[in-house]
Design a protein around this ligand. Structure first.
Ligand code: FMN
Length: 426
């Protein structure tokens, strides 16, 4: 196989559709470990590269249900690690509300526990409500990215501070650790002061995989320097191609090659055996949308209270977005192209929180994904099922086999770590 498609599973317990949990038989809790284990096993049977667990650092009962109550991602993934053996385990952790030493330590631990399957989704935390839980003032967008750049650099130094072979455990000489292979990092920067090293040896991947999901210019620069995998939000193939070209074009100045980064646009597939069956499922999902939750989501994405606008009027001028550049520009771009009303935008946000909705027969979905993959709009996709399990198994049972038949997607996991699965080096 020459170029191989990669698939991530975006795991939110109640699914990516704002009302997916209301579908008959749907998983209705992100705290239900046995449901999470079933989802992870299904993703592994279907040979997905990784599970990606999103996270928030605040609880708003008026928001999307998955945003308010959840298991802490690393704790949950440690349990999932024990029930799986190949699939990558990606957890979201903030660079604004955290410290590099603790973060490097927990991801190194997950990498040890899972034999090299850990991945860190490094987010700057766009939602300002998080600040109140840490006794802080929410830093502005530019500062959040300055902190993130230093944070990630420190984490990498900490992961590298233990060299391979630093723990010879030589019974004959009594040498347990080799001090010449363990170094302090003595980092003293603008935001963090960290002596190091970690109190854990180098993990199987050396450096756990770094995921990133910011789409602004600062977000892309950060990704170009550090990210192995980038999740994007997009609504249009030519927009995705431009983003792909632009981001891969930034790698050279950091001494990296285009193939060192995997770009995965988010997609919410709604799949049926026929076009009509798929559209009936989407109509059922949209029929469950409640106005209050959807308006809350729209307000979060646009970082302002949207309840005062006329839903049947045009999309207002929303100015610069200090929270979610990537989401805002993808959605506003689509609204302009398609002359959408605010209600259309609201329905789009309710459907997939601003992500691309791909609805149709399995053939149509596979054709579209293949087209994007072949035309350099994507290296694969971050699959965001609208609900679990049926909304996910529709994809794994109907679409994945088509991708495999076409030689686009693997039929077995390669040996080694998550880095081998993704086809990237450290
Ligand atoms: C696909 C995708 C997934 C994201 N997942 C999370 C998440 O789970 N938790 C979080 O705090 N932020 C998440 N974000 C937000 C980004 O990390 C970032 O903070 C936000 O997009 C603002 O950055 P930007 O202005 O560069 O786009 C996500 C963004 C995208 C595009």
């Amino acid at each position: 196989m020459s170029r191989e498609m990669h698939l991530g599973l975006f795991l939110i317990g109640t699914g990516s559709h704002i009302s997916g949990w209301r579908m008959p038989g749907a998983v209705d809790s992100f705290e239900d470990l046995s449901a999470m284990l079933s989802i992870a096993r299904q993703a592994e049977r279907s040979l997905f590269d990784l599970i990606f667990v999103g996270d928030n650092l605040n609880a708003d009962p008026g928001a999307h249900p998955s945003y308010c109550s959840r298991l802490e991602p690393l704790t949950m993934l440690s349990a999932i690690a024990m029930a799986t053996s190949h699939i990558g385990l990606g957890a979201t952790s903030s660079t604004t509300y955290g410290d590099p030493w603790s973060l490097a330590r927990v991801f190194s631990s997950l990498d040890h526990i899972s034999n090299g399957r850990a991945a860190w989704n490094s987010v700057t935390t766009a939602n300002p409500q998080a600040a109140a839980n840490f006794g802080k003032v929410h830093p502005d967008h530019a500062r959040r990215y300055e902190m993130a750049a230093e944070f990630i650099a420190v984490v990498k130094k900490l992961w590298d501070a233990w060299q391979p072979g630093a723990a010879p455990k030589d019974r004959s000489t009594g040498l347990y650790f080799d001090p010449s292979k363990i170094a302090a990092i003595d980092h003293d920067g603008d935001f963090f002061k960290v002596k190091g090293p970690l109190n854990i040896t180098r993990s199987p991947q050396g450096r756990p995989v770094i995921l990133q999901a910011g789409g602004s210019d600062a977000g892309q620069e950060l990704a170009a320097e550090h990210a192995d995998v980038v999740f994007t939000v997009t609504q249009d193939k030519s927009e995705a191609q431009a983003f792909y070209r632009n981001l891969k074009g930034r790698l050279e100045k950091f001494g990296r090659r285009p193939q060192d980064m995997v770009i995965l646009p988010g997609v919410m597939p709604v799949v049926g055996r026929t076009h009509d069956e798929a559209h009936a499922k989407l109509a059922a999902l949209q029929g469950f949308v409640d106005e209050k939750t959807a308006l809350g989501m729209l307000s979060e994405r646009f970082n302002r209270d949207m309840s005062g606008y006329d839903l049947d009027g045009p999309v207002p001028d929303l100015g610069e977005n200090q929270a979610y550049h990537a989401f805002a520009s993808a959605m506003l771009g689509k609204a302009r192209r398609e002359n959408m009303s605010l209600r259309d935008l609201y329905n789009l946000v309710a459907a997939a929180r601003g992500h691309w909705v791909l609805c149709g027969s399995a053939e149509f979905v596979a054709d579209t994904l293949e087209d994007w993959f072949r035309s350099q709009a994507a290296d694969g996709f971050n699959v965001m099922p609208p609900w679990f399990m049926d909304g996910f198994t529709d994809f794994t049972e109907l679409v994945v086999p088509l991708l495999q038949e076409r030689g686009l997607f693997r039929t077995a996991y390669p040996a080694g770590t998550l880095r081998n699965t993704l086809g990237i080096s450290a």
